[in-house]
Structures are given as C-alpha cells and as structure tokens.
Write a protein that binds this ligand. Sequence first.
Ligand code: FES
Ligand code: FES
Length: 235
Amino acid sequence: MADHDNSEKPHACPSCPSPEPAPAPSRRSFLMSMGASGLAVTGGGLIPRGQAQAAAPVAAAAAETAAPTASTPLAPGEQTVNFVVNGAARSVNVPPNAVLLDVMREKLGLTGTKKGCDHGQCGACTLHVNGTAVNSCLSLAVMHEGDEITTIEGLAQDGTLHPVQEAFWAHDAYQCGYCTSGQMMSAVAILKDARIGRDNASVREAMSGNICRCGAYKNILAAVQSARTNMPKVS
Ligand code: FES
Ligand code: FES
C-alpha cells in the first residue's frame, strides 16, 4: 500500500532533467573491486558500501602509487624490508613485530587481503609467498626480505580476470565476499599443486583451511573444479 511504499518518488520538477538511474554493480565488477569493497567492510564504515564500487579506481591508483617507504626515515626500532609485491619492487620500513597482513593492507594499501580471525584459523588473509599459499596474519613482514608476494590484486592481468576469479563469478561462489579473496588465493595454489588430487574430496580437504561464514562451500567447490581446465599452464 502507498503508506508502506518507501521507494524513491520520481523527480517531478518540469524544469529539471530526469536523473540518470545509477547502473547496478555487476558480480564481475565486484570481483574487480574486491580491494576497495574491503575498505567498506573492514574500515569501520569509513567508506559506505554504496561508494565502494566508485572508490575502486581510487584504491587501485593508491595501491599502484603507494610509494616504497625506503625514503621515509626509519623510526627507532624499524628496519627496511624489500620484496616484490604483485610484480613491483616494494620497500617498507616496519617494526620487527609487524605482521605481513597488516603491512600489505596498511602500508601498501592492498586491502583485498582480509583480516578475519587474526589467529591462522579462517584463511581470509591467504596470499602467496613465492607461489605458496600462506596465512599472512601469522607471518612477520621482516621474514620476507627478497620474497615474491602475490595478493588478490595481482591475480587479474591487464584487466582480465584470472580463471579462478572467472569461475567464482560464473558459479556464484560468494555471498558477502569477505572470505572470497582468501578462498581464491588458496584455490589458485591448490590447482597448481600436482600433489593434490582432482576429486571433490581432495579439493574440499585442501580448501578446509578457508572458512566461509556464508556457507557458500558447494559453489566454491564447483568454481574450483571448473577453473581447473582453464588454469595457465605451468612449465
Ligand atoms: S585472518 Fe589469518 S587465518 Fe584468519
Ligand atoms: S562469502 Fe561470506 S564469508 Fe564466505
């Protein structure tokens, strides 16, 4: 009934042009903007959810230009760590107890990697160190001098989603999306690991360190299995 209708009324002023309807964000653009939406989810509401999509290019640019902090004077007790992150050389000054997850998110602006439990139990913080999936909440940044690190922001290449990202999109393998970057990073590592069987039980077991509170496991499994045939060939 009308008195329960909270939808926006049409713009009725004859002298004003009709407002353009905002385009609905697609599942694909959600995957592409995972890092920016993370700000909305984990940043204590600093960015309203509705603005997260618009913030994606800003976040991407910030991450791109997040200058290595080697030129920043070392604070007492800090040391410089040099590593390669998503193909780019990075240099950051950190205290010895700085956790890799926090350095990625707070020093380099790579907020696609999520903090869930902060205790190595949920897998939301999964990224790759020299090709191996790692819980970054359990790893000190100073241990990674010279390492090659890949985060979710480094999976897509030249605007093209990684096959695992494509498969998650095609199979609706997420709901809130909070666990998704960790799930995808684990999936990529698992699909490259010849020691892990191709059957569903083996994939479930290998992915068991990644918790999904939304319970999207069925679709996640389907996505991982479907991405298998499209994975880049490893020499
Ligand atoms: S945040 Fe690292 S495993 Fe949960
Ligand atoms: S999609 Fe919500 S926690 Fe996994």
